[in-house]
Design a protein around this ligand. Structure first.
Ligand code: TXA
Ligand code: MG
Length: 326
């Protein structure tokens, strides 16, 4: 039951309404200088699960968190000298920085796909920054289109692609850049370009006075860590489609889903969703995986999860968690 979509041309009233919706956990599409973003409160796991549901993404890629300024971003990410230099040179602007996530960050695991790092960006669009200020919380925002479709640069594109899957579109006219931000990974002592964009490797290299490694040409530089099983595979072995305990393994923790899930005989049971709600399961996924990994058992068993809706992305994640370790 999606509520009717509200499209409002930017005004102070429209901005206040959009900020209220974001604070209430609803999805709001808003303009940035690159493309329209599909925004949700990055600290609210149910709201972030809504992004994946609306986009019909087949996997959980980590999302970029948006802030009105550098200091707001620094409450969730650890800035080193390089990060500060790049922020000073290019923010606000079309550059996203992947940095270590702070231990005290309230951004949920689903936003960062369970990674210890976080992508942060300060957009150079007056409406976006005013909205981020008014919402007064980090906003996760991928491009506001269904997965696999072209990125939206007008409110009309967003409405055509997402329709009622989004609660509100804040119409700020066409985006200037039309291409997503450059993504740079600063979590190691190298500077790795994860996604090319408007700000070039040469510009970054000139500010930092060092080489920029291209993720595509370097096997050691993960292009999209969200796609790498080893990056956050649990330490315990993972068994998929488990319907009964496997005594040859020893004690197992079951990740359970749905009212028909058989939990008997498992040493421990952690629920993804008792009612079988894919959105609730997505919201809980990474936290439950971390929790399972800390159980004093020999393995993690995962009950069958229907391969539709967000179940597709959940199963994709589970398959990666179960994949042989490199
Ligand atoms: O221009 C843009 O950046 C747009 C507008 C709306 O701001 N946003 C956008 O966000 O494109 P998003 O969430 O779709 O970007 C996700 C990309 C991932 O594919 C990945 O490359 C990178 O950002 N990313 C996010 N978090 C990461 C992390 N912790 N580690 C590595 N890469 C990460
Ligand atoms: Mg996109």
């Amino acid at each position: 039951m999606s509520p009717a979509l509200t499209i409002r041309v930017y005004s102070e009233g429209a901005l206040a309404q959009a900020a209220g919706k974001l604070r209430a956990g609803e999805l709001v599409a808003f303009p940035t200088e690159t493309v329209y973003g599909l925004g949700a409160d990055a600290t609210n796991k149910d709201a972030v699960a809504g992004i994946f549901a609306a986009k019909q993404r087949p996997s959980f890629n980590p999302l970029i968190s948006h802030f009105p300024d550098r200091d707001a971003a620094a409450r969730h990410a650890v800035f080193d000298d390089r990060a500060d230099k790049l922020a000073a040179a290019f923010w606000p602007g079309a550059l996203s920085l992947v940095l270590p996530k702070r231990d005290d960050s309230t951004i949920c695991d689903l936003t960062t796909a369970g990674l210890p790092s976080i992508a942060v960006r300060v957009p150079a669009h007056d409406i976006a920054r005013a909205l981020l200020r008014a919402a007064d919380r980090p906003i996760a925002a991928p491009s506001a289109n269904r997965s696999g479709r072209i990125s939206p640069t007008t409110a009309g594109h967003v409405a055509a692609s997402l329709g009622n899957a989004v609660s509100m579109i804040l119409d700020g006219g066409p985006c200037g850049v039309g291409l997503e931000s450059t993504v740079v990974d600063l979590t190691t002592d190298r500077v790795v370009l994860l996604r090319p964009g408007g700000i070039t490797a040469e510009q970054i290299s000139a500010v930092l006075g060092c080489d920029v490694v291209m993720a595509e040409t370097d096997d050691d530089a993960p292009k999209s860590p969200g796609m790498m099983s080893s990056h956050y595979a649990p330490g315990l072995p993972v068994r998929l489609n488990a319907t009964t305990p496997d005594r040859t393994i020893g004690d197992e923790v079951l990740l359970a889903f749905g009212p028909d899930c058989a939990t008997g005989g498992f040493a421990q049971v952690l629920w993804l969703s008792k009612s079988g709600n894919d959105r609730e399961a997505a919201a809980n996924l990474f936290a439950v995986l971390h929790q399972a990994d800390q159980c004093r058992v020999k393995g993690i068993a995962i009950c069958p999860i229907p391969d539709n809706g967000l179940g597709i992305a959940i199963n994709d994640r589970m398959k990666r968690a179960a994949a042989p370790r490199g």
